[in-house]
Structure formats: structure tokens, C-alpha cells
Ligand binder design. Structure first.
Ligand SMILES: Nc1nc2c(c(=O)[nH]1)N[C@H]1C(S)=C(S)[C@@H](COP(=O)(O)O)O[C@H]1N2
Ligand SMILES: [Mo]
Length: 563
């Protein structure tokens, strides 16, 4: 018990100190976030896919919970060890600090928070262990035996190795063990009454020693809570763009688009909206905390194989002609029938115009977008310059980009999955060759081009719905971004394909909704299948492929029971 309390107290102090220092060096350098981000970067693609499939947008919470749970277990081990062999406990904190520093270094974040966190943790550990050992006060007197006594010759197992962040993340155990990183400062601990007030002669009264320890422990936890609260308040004040975003007024587009006509959306209950509200728009990224990029200091560098490198401020960007674009963005990780796709009315400056002004040189093959959080996304140059309306987007559905979707600026290139086109928190554009650099996901084995595959899904009736025999409305959405959807067909139990009614077409860059009246006969389960034909006349292939490495293929189906 005492050992566990010592370990957890020291870990709390360590985390609070780390977070407090990170409030000055940047949130990305906070120890747990560094480790979590490095874990995300290191996670093999199949495991990442598995995590996204099973936890969806909660995957980051699960990862963080796993890290906290692992740290709590190691902290308990460190405390228990330290009561027998102080150096072993200190070693665990050195390991914590080393792991945090290595993780921060791997993301170009500051090492100081993890280093000071380790020192603080080790310091508090030593103090608490000294106070907890019965009679410890006596041994601290000059002449008394040093470093003996309690450290009996007990064989102490070494900890099993570095904490494996995210390994076997236990969503349940995580938060309940430590909760939010509580922590304490060593300063607070030092401020507790020293126990050296005992008379050097004679054994220390145990009650007093115990009380001193408990007071120190309580002070540690309280100090940790105060420091952590301060760290959070400071971080929110220093690194939060919510106010800047609320104050931003975007200029009007050079030619406003008419409102989206009602005819694009069959009026069927349960069918997704044509334009996805910002709050419902899917979010996929590797960012554990949202990058906070103030427009006032934002710069976009355009460099590499160009005749005239340029650097734009946010005002420079807003002074360029702004265009509206209705566009369906989709993620390569979307399974057949999956939810990682959405349509918005985006506002932004033309990306091809900017590239032409910079003068793309011969031999250039890809445009690499870099984000404020170090993501790299590569787009083939020939596709970018083939006339498609690619944007440096600043607006989404009539408001500045939400922070989660890349505020203040992101790229969008119709026809390509997000991972090869849609850099959020964009700060740098480099024109280069394929050989020069493998962007983040290409480095991890994903396809370099990322052309969106033709996809269609049945949304109504819901899976396993019970429907009465007779006419049943079936409806859904199909997309083949930048090629457009020319036809959608549906069939019942492998029967003949039947043409669905296509709703109005808003152009090749958005999805297309459809409906079909099914004359349901024959009680029992039926399998409905859907397939789309894109604007080039290519029929969506039946072959089932997983998302890796170039996007899922295959027909979506749903099982409905006729009653
Ligand atoms: N900086 C940054 N930009 C990013 C990503 C990322 O992880 N970091 N993910 C990309 C991927 S894989 C997709 S599908 C889209 C998703 O955009 P959304 O979250 O706005 O829907 O963002 C892209 N841009
Ligand atoms: Mo994606």
C-alpha cells in the first residue's frame, strides 16, 4: 500500500511538472502526449486499422487510457521497488523520462518537459521513501549508518521493460486508476514539515514518522492537482485559437454558388443529409490534441522545384480570389458502407493558380503538404494541374474551418482520398520528386496516388430492419469523386439488377443520392445489394478488398426481413 501510494504520488508529481513545463514549450511536448503521438506513428498499419474499426473516433481516448493505465502500474511497481531498493524505483522514473524524451524527439517536440518530469518524479519518490521508512529520520543524522537498514538483501525483480504505450489498451482500467493526470510539484513536497525535528537519540516514534509521510503524500497530491490545473489553464490561454477563429470574418467568394437545390436529396427518413453539418463531419487524423494555429502568425511557404518561391500570410491568402466548391471528402480507411465520408461547401483560394504563379519546374512530381503537427501528405502534381478545382480551403459550410478540420487552412484536391490531398493545419507546400520523399502514409505502405474508388451504400432500410411485404423505399448515397456517378443499381437476393432513381446531380465532385422502390415479396430475410457506375462508364467492381493499401472495393449489402 505504502509503496503503491509513493509510486502514484511521484508519478502524479512527474506528470504535473511535465504538463506545466509543456505549457511553455508547447502542448505537443507534454510527456503523455509525446508518448501517445509516437505510439500512433509507430503503430503498424493493421493494428491502426483494427483500432479505428473497433474504437472509431474513440481510438485516441483508448490509447491515452492505455498509456495512463500502463504508467500507473509501472508507478506502483516503482514505489514498491523503491521501498526495498531506492535506486530501482529511481530507475523506473529515469526510464519514464527517457521514453518521454525519445518520443518528443521523434516528433521534434521539446525534451525539457519529460526531462523535468522524470527529475520531479524521482525527487518526490526519494523524499517519500525516506519519510516512509520507519526510523528513517534517525539515519539521516550525520554519523548514522547510510543507505543500510531497510534495504535488506531482498532480490528485487527489475521492471519488465519500457512501458508499451497502447499495448492492450484497457479502456476500463485506464481512467479509473489515475484519472486525469493528477500530479504534484516537488516544491509543494519540500514545503511540508521536515521530519528531522526528532531528537537524534533514540528510535523515532513511529506515529510521528507515519504522520510526516502522510502529510507529505497529501501535499504532493494537492500540489500536483494545483500544478496540473495551472498547466491546463496556461495551455488553454497560450494555445487556443477559438477566439481568433470566432473573430475571423472571411471575405465573400468571387462568385457565390446558388444554394444547394432540394432536388439533390430524396426526401426519405433516415437518409443522410446531402450537405454534412460541420458537427457531424467525420474526423480522421493522427493528432492527439488539436493543433492550435493562430491566423495572425500563420505562414504558408511554397518552395522546392518552383521558379518563384513564395511565402503567404493569412491576409495574403484571403486577398486572393476565393472560390466556393461543393465537394465530397472521403477517407481511404472507409470500409465498404462505412461512415468516413462527408460533403461540405468549402471556401478557398485556388491551389493550382498559386502553383502556376510560383512556376512549377520540369521534373516535379509531387506536392508535399506539411501541417503544423508534422504530418506530410503528397499529391501527384500532374493530377493537381489537370484542371480539377483544388483549394487552399479556409471556410467550411459558411464558417471558418473548424479547428478539428484544419483551421486556419487546409488543402483539398477533388478525386483523391484525404491522405493524399487534404492536409489540415497546412503550413508548408514543397514541390519535389517522388524519390525525394515518402509522405507519412506512403512511407507506411499506402498507395502514392489515392484516387477515390467508386463507392455506394444502402442507408435505408437500416440493417436488419423488419419491413412489411409490398413497396419498400430503399435509399442511399454513391460517390466516385471527380468522375461523378452515372448510375446506381440495386438487386434483391442476387436477382436482376434494377436501376435506382438518381437525385439531381451537383457535379462530379460531390456524392449522389438515390432511391428505389422495392416490391418486397416473400417472407423472411432478403439481402439487398448496391453498385454504382461512375462518369467514365466503369461499373463498381464486386471484388472485396480491404482499405489497405488503396481503398476498399466491393458491393455494399444489407439484410432486411420481410414480415
Ligand atoms: N495534419 C493532418 N492532416 C490530415 C490528416 C492528419 O492526420 N493530419 N489526415 C488526413 C486524412 S487520412 C483524411 S481522410 C482527412 C480527413 O479530414 P477531416 O478530418 O476534416 O474529415 O484529413 C487528412 N489530413
Ligand atoms: Mo484518411
Amino acid at each position: 500500500m505504502t509503496g503503491a501510494a509513493i509510486g502514484l504520488g511521484a508519478a502524479a508529481a512527474a506528470l504535473a511538472v511535465g504538463d506545466l513545463v509543456a505549457a511553455f514549450t508547447g502542448p505537443a511536448s507534454a510527456p503523455v502526449l509525446s508518448v501517445g503521438s509516437a505510439a500512433i506513428d509507430l503503430t503498424p498499419t493493421p493494428l491502426k486499422d483494427w483500432a479505428v474499426q473497433h474504437f472509431g473516433t474513440h481510438d485516441k481516448t483508448v490509447l491515452l487510457s492505455g498509456i495512463y493505465a500502463t504508467m500507473a502500474l509501472l508507478a506502483v511497481a516503482a514505489g514498491v521497488l523503491a521501498l526495498r531498493r531506492l535506486w530501482a524505483g529511481v530507475a523506473v522514473f529515469a526510464l519514464f523520462a527517457g521514453l518521454g524524451m525519445w518520443a518528443a524527439a521523434s516528433r521534434d517536440a521539446a525534451l525539457l518537459p519529460s526531462a523535468l518530469a522524470g527529475l520531479a518524479g524521482a525527487g518526490v519518490l526519494v523524499l517519500l521513501v525516506r519519510l516512509a521508512r520507519p526510523g528513517s529520520t534517525r539515519r539521516r543524522e550525520p554519523g548514522g549508518p547510510q543507505r543500510t537498514g531497510a534495504s535488506a538483501n531482498v532480490a528485487v525483480p527489475r521492471p519488465e521493460g519500457p512501458p508499451l504505450p497502447g499495448a492492450a489498451p484497457s479502456a476500463e482500467a485506464g481512467p479509473s486508476l489515475v484519472g486525469p493526470p493528477l500530479a504534484g510539484t516537488p516544491r509543494a513536497t519540500e514545503a511540508t514539515p521536515p521530519t528531522g525535528t526528532h531528537k537524534p537519540a533514540g528510535p523515532a516514534p513511529r506515529g510521528m514518522g507515519r504522520r510526516g509521510f502522510l502529510v507529505a503524500l497529501a501535499a504532493t497530491v494537492a500540489g500536483a492537482a494545483v500544478a496540473e490545473t495551472a498547466a491546463r489553464a496556461l495551455t488553454a490561454a497560450r494555445y487556443n485559437v477559438a477566439k481568433a477563429r470566432a473573430a475571423l470574418r472571411l471575405p465573400a467568394p468571387v462568385a457565390a454558388l446558388p444554394p444547394v437545390p432540394a432536388a439533390v436529396h430524396p426526401p426519405v427518413a433516415g437518409l443522410s443529409a446531402f450537405t454534412t453539418p460541420n458537427g457531424d463531419f467525420f474526423r480522421v487524423d493522427t493528432a492527439l490534441t488539436l493543433p492550435q494555429v493562430p491566423p495572425s502568425t500563420w505562414r504558408l511557404r511554397v518552395h522546392g522545384m518552383v521558379d518563384h518561391p513564395v511565402e503567404l500570410s493569412f491576409d495574403d491568402l484571403l486577398r486572393r480570389p476565393l472560390h466556393e466548391l461543393d465537394y465530397t471528402l472521403s477517407c481511404v480507411s472507409n470500409e465498404v458502407g462505412g461512415p468516413y465520408v462527408g460533403t461540405a461547401r468549402w471556401l478557398g483560394a485556388s491551389l493550382p493558380d498559386l502553383l502556376r504563379a510560383a512556376g512549377v519546374q520540369r521534373g516535379a512530381q509531387q506536392l508535399v503538404g506539411r501541417s503544423a503537427d508534422g504530418m506530410t501528405i503528397g499529391t501527384p502534381i500532374d493530377l493537381l494541374l489537370d484542371g480539377r478545382p483544388a483549394l487552399l480551403a479556409v471556410g467550411m459550410n459558411g464558417e471558418p474551418l473548424p479547428v478539428a478540420h484544419g483551421f486556419p487552412c487546409r488543402s483539398l484536391v477533388p478525386g483523391l482520398y484525404g491522405y493524399t490531398s487534404a492536409t489540415k493545419w497546412l503550413v508548408d507546400l514543397e514541390i519535389t520528386t517522388f524519390a525525394a520523399l515518402d509522405p507519412y502514409w506512403v512511407h507506411r505502405g499506402w498507395d502514392r496516388t489515392g484516387l477515390v474508388r467508386t463507392a455506394s451504400r444502402i442507408e435505408v432500410p437500416a440493417p436488419f430492419a423488419q419491413v412489411p411485404a409490398g413497396p419498400v423505399t430503399v435509399a442511399g448515397t454513391a460517390w466516385a469523386t471527380h468522375r461523378g456517378v452515372a448510375a446506381v443499381e440495386v438487386r434483391d437476393d442476387g436477382g436482376p439488377w434494377q436501376e435506382a432513381r438518381l437525385a439531381a446531380d451537383l457535379g462530379p465532385d460531390t456524392w449522389r443520392q438515390w432511391s428505389w422502390t422495392w416490391d418486397a415479396t416473400g417472407q423472411g430475410p432478403h439481402t439487398l445489394e448496391v453498385r454504382a457506375t461512375d462518369g467514365t462508364g466503369a461499373v463498381q467492381p464486386q471484388t472485396r478488398n480491404p482499405p489497405f493499401p488503396a481503398g476498399a472495393t466491393g458491393w455494399h449489402s444489407t439484410v432486411v426481413t420481410v414480415t
